[in-house]
Design a protein around this ligand. Structure first.
Ligand SMILES: O=P(O)(O)OC[C@H]1O[C@H](OP(=O)(O)OP(=O)(O)O)[C@H](O)[C@@H]1O
Ligand code: HPA
Ligand SMILES: [Mg+2]
Length: 186
C-alpha cells in the first residue's frame, strides 16, 4: 500500500521530494561515487538513525564493493532544533585508520553534527574522509562544511520521512515532506 501525504491526515503539510525523485537522485549520486572510488576499498558509515534509508538504498545503487559500519549520534532529541551537543550513542566497530571512509547522512541542517563527526573521524587517520548527504538546508548552516555529494538543497523547514523523524515518528514514509506547524507547536 502506498502512503501519501493525504494518508498522514493533517500531520503533513506537503510532499517536498517524492520517492521517484529520491530513487533517481541516489542512482545519480551512486554513479559519481563509483567513479571516485574505482579500485579502492570503501567503507561507508551511516549515521543512525536518520541515515538508515539512504544507506540501504545508496549501498544497493553502488557497483563498488563496500563494507558498511554505523555510528549513532544524537543532537536533536525530541525537538526540532539542534541542541548543538553531540552525543555518541554507538561508536564504529571498525578501525578506520588508512581506510577510505564515506559518511552517509540523511540531512545537513545546522551542520553541527557533521562538523563534529568530521573532526572526530578525521582524528582517526583515515586515508580519505568524504560526505554524501541526501538533503541539505543551506539557509540553516551554522558552520561551513565541505560536502562532496548532496542530493537536494531544501528550504529551511522541518522535514520528515525517508529516515527523518519528529519525536521518532514518520521515519518510514517513503518520501520527504514538511510537517504541519501545529504538530510541533508552530
Ligand atoms: O546538521 P544538524 O543540525 O546537526 O542536523 C543533522 C543531524 O540531525 C539528525 O539526527 P538526530 O540528531 O535527530 O538523530 P536521528 O538521526 O536519530 O534522528 C540528522 O539525522 C543528522 O544526523
Ligand atoms: O528537518 C529535519 N527533520 C528531521 N530531523 C532533522 N534533523 C535535523 N534537521 C531535521
Ligand atoms: Mg532526529
Amino acid at each position: 500500500m502506498r502512503v501519501d501525504a493525504k494518508d498522514m491526515g493533517a500531520d503533513l503539510e506537503k510532499v517536498l521530494i517524492t520517492k521517484e525523485e529520491i530513487d533517481a537522485k541516489l542512482a545519480e549520486l551512486a554513479a559519481k561515487i563509483d567513479a571516485e572510488y574505482t579500485g579502492k576499498d570503501l567503507l561507508i558509515v551511516g549515521v543512525l538513525k536518520g541515515a538508515v534509508m539512504v544507506m540501504a538504498d545508496l549501498a544497493r545503487a553502488l557497483s563498488t564493493p563496500v563494507t558498511m559500519d554505523w555510528m549513532a549520534v544524537s543532537s536533536y532529541g525530541a525537538g526540532t532544533q539542534s541542541s548543538g551537543v553531540v552525543r555518541i550513542l554507538k561508536d564504529l566497530d571498525t578501525d578506520i585508520k588508512g581506510r577510505h571512509v564515506l559518511i552517509v547522512e540523511d540531512i545537513i541542517d545546522s551542520g553541527l553534527t557533521l562538523s563534529w563527526l568530521l573532526s572526530n573521524l578525521g582524528s582517526r587517520e583515515p586515508a580519505s574522509l568524504k560526505v554524501c548527504t541526501l538533503l541539505r538546508k543551506p539557509e540553516a548552516a551554522k558552520v561551513a562544511i565541505d560536502v562532496e555529494w548532496v542530493g537536494f538543497d531544501i528550504p529551511n523547514e522541518f522535514v520528515v520521512g525517508y529516515g527523518l523523524d519528529y519525536a521518532e515518528k514518520y521515519r518510514n514514509l517513503p518520501f520527504v515532506g514538511t510537517l504541519a506547524p501545529h504538530v510541533y507547536g508552530g
